[in-house]
Design a protein around this ligand. Structure first.
Ligand SMILES: NC(=O)c1ccc[n+]([C@@H]2O[C@H](COP(=O)([O-])OP(=O)(O)OC[C@H]3O[C@@H](n4cnc5c(N)ncnc54)[C@H](O)[C@@H]3O)[C@@H](O)[C@H]2O)c1
Length: 272
């Protein structure tokens, strides 16, 4: 990676805004281009930074940009990522659920290889994926992710509305989803990116089991990752706090994106 980088951030919400601030403070980052469908949001973020300017789309900056970071939505990720890697520019993806479609993902990774672009996927709001990554070097027998969320985190989820589950009305802990990660990612597109990350690192979207529990008392998200394989077994617990700007996004996901950017810029791979 270059000593001095120009980065583009697509999506200036809970993750993008904090990432932009962190990048603004990094000597290795020379220029930050901000893109958001809500230009007012991007303008507000840019106004508080030294190195940021708002641009209408990723396109104009691609010829001199080193890394594009998507922190917006699955749809935006699917739109942006192929265009970025086709130009040989590195890509960091936060909306990891966008990679659930096997044909799309394989084509994207193939395109990245052809154009010598790297694809970075931060660990997000989950601990234990380092162990999963190593364990995947041999046979893994099972991976189970149990996620507990509060009503705010699951409000507006169409799958729950269709099932007649009123998240604000439940009075006791309730399992609202149990099934393969592929379905979890589809039904909870903004809520369960960690299931996609775990699937990609371990045994795939069909064999990774996901359980989502709605806890009416919970004000934050917690994850239990349980892995069994030839290496042995491990169980990791992560008790997150929500990010200040978006209760659906855990603060650790924001920190994970910042940490990934620092590692990329500094070319330091401790704990790789
Ligand atoms: N990998 C993980 O562990 C993890 C954790 C939390 C969130 N996420 C995902 O990261 C993404 C961002 O999360 P967030 O909490 O910052 O969301 P947010 O809602 O706070 O911010 C998203 C921003 O993107 C903008 N946006 C939406 N569509 C866009 C488009 N097509 N082009 C440009 N901008 C667009 C919105 O206007 C908004 O400002 C979401 O998809 C979320 O599901 C991933």
């Amino acid at each position: 990676m270059l000593d001095i980088m120009r980065i583009t951030i697509v999506g200036c919400g809970a993750i993008g805004s904090k990432l932009a601030k962190a990048a603004d403070d990094m000597d290795e980052v020379k220029r930050i281009y901000l893109v958001d469908i809500r230009k007012d949001i991007a303008d507000k973020v840019a106004a508080s930074l030294k190195k940021a300017i708002v641009v209408d789309s990723i396109e104009d900056e691609l010829y001199h940009c080193d890394l594009v970071i998507e922190a917006s939505s699955q749809a935006a990720a699917r739109d942006v990522a192929p265009r970025v890697v086709s130009r040989g520019v590195d890509m960091m993806i936060m909306s990891v659920g966008s990679l659930v479609d096997d044909d799309y993902r394989q084509a994207l990774f193939q395109k990245a290889k052809e154009h010598e672009a790297k694809i970075f996927i931060p660990t997000g709001a989950l601990c234990g994926v380092d162990g999963l990554r190593s364990a995947a070097g041999d046979e893994i027998l099972s991976v189970t992710l149990t996620t507990t969320k509060g009503p705010k985190s699951l409000s507006g989820v169409q799958y729950l509305i269709d099932k007649g589950i009123e998240v604000d009305k439940l009075t006791e802990k309730t399992v609202v989803f149990e099934g393969p990660a592929r379905e979890a990612v589809k039904f909870f597109p903004r809520n369960i990116n960690v299931a996609a990350t775990v699937s990609l690192m371990g045994i795939g979207f069909d064999r990774t089991k996901v359980k989502i529990i709605l806890d009416p008392e919970a004000t934050s998200n917690s994850h239990e990752l349980s892995v069994e394989g030839n290496f042995g077994t491990f169980v990791s617990h992560t008790y997150n706090v929500p990010s200040p700007d978006n209760p659906k996004t855990s603060y650790l996901a924001v920190l994970s994106a910042i940490s990934a950017l620092k590692r990329i810029c500094r070319n330091e791979w401790i704990g790789i």
